[in-house]
Design a binder for this molecule. Structure first.
Ligand SMILES: Nc1ncnc2c1ncn2[C@@H]1O[C@H](COP(=O)(O)OP(=O)(O)O)[C@@H](O)[C@H]1O
Ligand SMILES: N[C@@H](CCOP(=O)(O)O)C(=O)O
Length: 316
């Protein structure tokens, strides 16, 4: 459960009074997610998501994320907008944290995606990229390739408590990725975390893209690689039949994929594996004991990394 900040009913009731959205009926901490505190809130007017921004999300970046979601949703790709309070503000403060009241979107995240769902999700990423092609604000990717080595160093040799020799394995993989990184590929606004748990679906239809809090300006095809690394494998790290190719085809059919982007997908995917392994490892070693959160397994990404290293021709 991702609840780092407990919100007393009285404080939530007072917070809600700033919005014209009725009276508080119920509030429940949401089990999924690891970054922010999320509550499902019911009022006499409807159902909402309350998000309190924690750890990796800087309050200074919130206007970028909220403007991006507004543009994506306005373009017809369903994304949850933050509501404005009666003073016209989208960002408030609750229990000392920046907080937003957000539209609830229907749908559930696939736990083991099918090829048809992956195709629809890849197509949705293509629609997202089309929707933000003229989005002018920029945000550097602080969890991009330039940030991976400093993060590995911050984890330090303590990372070997997760698996013996892990530091050296990541170090070697990162050196290889740094040498081969395709810096010249087109750059755009990307989601950067479009895992299955950030895509809401009903059947094979995408009903919402959520969790834009790692969105940034970086290599566009890196978004495809992040998705591939998150969608195309089961929990043991074995590829799920047909899912990876369906995802890439869905994206390419909607947005297009340059030959040089496709050729770079293996190294971009290796980079994605390093990124998620490192942030998961950091969280594994540093999550507060009293946080209601299920830490994610860093080694799930070591297995994927090894798969990409051994199957560099998988995207041809
Ligand atoms: N706008 C929304 N509509 C419906 N459910 C949502 C919405 N936002 C978040 N959720 C639910 O809350 C969970 C955690 O949200 P998420 O944004 O992924 O958390 P985190 O910011 O910690 O990564 C999601 O997996 C989803 O179940
Ligand atoms: N998707 C990342 C970390 C963020 O997870 P989320 O569930 O909070 O979106 C991972 O799986 O490591």
């Amino acid at each position: 459960m991702a609840v780092y900040t407990a919100v007393p009913a009285e404080a939530l009731g007072a917070f809600l009074k700033r919005y014209d959205q009725g009276e508080l009926v119920s509030a429940k901490g949401i089990a999924e997610g690891v970054e922010n505190s999320n509550y499902l809130v019911e009022t006499t007017r409807g159902r909402f998501i309350l998000t309190l921004y924690e750890k990796r999300v800087s309050a200074a970046d919130l206007p970028f994320f909220l403007a991006l979601v507004d543009q994506v949703d306005a373009a017809g790709v369903p994304a949850p907008r933050a509501l404005l309070d009666s003073a016209g503000n989208a960002i408030g403060t609750l229990e000392g944290r920046p907080a937003c009241l957000i539209q609830f979107l229907p749908g559930v995240s696939p736990s083991r995606p099918t090829a048809a769902q992956a195709a629809a999700a890849g197509e949705a990423l293509g629609r997202l990229h089309a929707a933000v092609a003229d989005f002018t604000p920029t945000r550097p990717n602080d969890l991009g390739i330039a940030g991976w080595r400093p993060l590995l160093e911050r984890c330090g040799r303590g990372i070997d408590t997760i698996a013996p020799g892990l530091f050296d394995r990541i170090d070697a993989a990162l050196a290889r990725v740094e040498r081969a990184w395709p810096h010249a590929l087109p750059v755009a606004t990307i989601h950067a975390d479009l895992f299955p748990d950030n895509v809401l679906m009903l059947g094979d239809a995408v009903t919402g893209l959520i969790d834009f809090y790692f969105a940034c300006t970086d290599i566009r095809a890196y978004d495809v690689a992040v998705m591939h690394s998150a969608w195309a494998f089961d929990t043991e790290g074995h590829p799920i039949d047909g899912v990876g190719p369906a995802l890439v085809s869905g994206y390419a059919a909607r947005f297009g994929l340059l030959a040089e982007e496709r050729a770079a997908l293996p190294v971009l995917a290796e980079g994605a594996c390093i990124r998620f392994m490192l942030t998961r490892a950091w969280d594994w070693l540093n999550t507060p004991a009293d946080a209601l959160v299920t830490r994610k397994d860093p080694l799930a990404y070591l297995r994927r990394l090894e798969w990409y290293q051994a199957n560099g021709d998988a995207f041809r």
